[in-house]
Design a protein around this ligand. Sequence first.
Ligand SMILES: Cc1ncc(COP(=O)(O)O)c(C=O)c1O
Length: 377
Amino acid sequence: MIDKALLSKLAQEHGTPLVIIDHAKLRQNLEEFRQWLPRVQPYYAVKANSHPAIIKTLYEAGASFDVASLPEFLLVHENIKDLPEQERQDFIWDKIIYANPIKAIPTLKELDQYKPLVTYDNFEEIKKIQKHAPNVGMVLRLKVPNLGAMVELSSKFGAAPEEAMALIDASEAAGLTVEGLSFHVGSQTTNFQNYAVALNLAAEIFKACRAKGYSKMNLLDIGGGFPAPYDENVQPLRECAKVINAEIERLFPEDIQILAEPGRFIVASAVTLVAEVIGKADRDGRRCYYINDGVYHTYSGVIFDHCHYPVKAIKEGPTQICAVFGPTCDALDTISLTEELPDLELGDLVYSENMGAYSHASSTFFNGFPPAKVVHL
Ligand SMILES: Cc1ncc(COP(=O)(O)O)c(C=O)c1O
């Protein structure tokens, strides 16, 4: 947690709303991931927060990257574009995965020159890849249970496990190389058994592939889902890692490379937002505060990410239950109807922690209000 005096100082210096990115915390989260999951290579999921400075810090800390669009790929590529040709190509092979199973044809055409790993989960995609990006490596994304995740992903992506062999056969028949399997158990998962179920499903398919002689299948991508510490009920990463490590050890021989795509875990706790009270009213017996950031901006995760970010005050004093609204003219711009806050005046500062993932990344210019300013610690 950044101390309140520093939050106030930064707000005074830079104005509000202010997104404060703590780069030491980013490095610490990456290290923690490596410590608890030593066999798993972390590919930071850029979509969680694509700020170039975050990518640079993680690049310098030796992270790999999961990108899900051409602009995200190019953001990462910016860091390696001046490397000698072979080193640059090795970085793409070893440290980037394009993990969006659906890719537009112009994207495939552009990606082909870089020969990255890409995920896919359907027959139509095989035809597109064969025609427009025959030089990429392929990873089949499986549909796995997402029970108990804050954000469910399995209704949109993933091949049914019973369809997997047919998709791998079709890719090989098309002259493409399938290098592995991937899955995603749903974001901010609370049910670590999802990983165990998914790892068992993947192990069965690996066995079947090896039995068929598909010797290039040597990579397993266990996706994201690793929980960020939004509140005291969230279990720590080490508990999640216990389940994953035990199953990996039991099911996957050493020659299978294991990677993951953590987004939220790496970036959520590295960002704090500071905003300021710009309006105050009592409505239907409830104190209402209007602040200069809301759900169309840094609090966009309230809508898109199904996330709750407690709003806290810098000032201390007896509290009451209040509503907190964003600055736009839309009633949807409601951050919370039940925050405990002291009596605040116009200009008083409020802040929310754990704001790094799926928040600033989906901020808009709605109603003429620009996204919050970003500063770096
Ligand atoms: C394919 C893929 N990988 C990784 C992630 C990152 O997941 P998380 O933020 O839960 O770690 C996502 C999130 O939506 C995703 O779709």
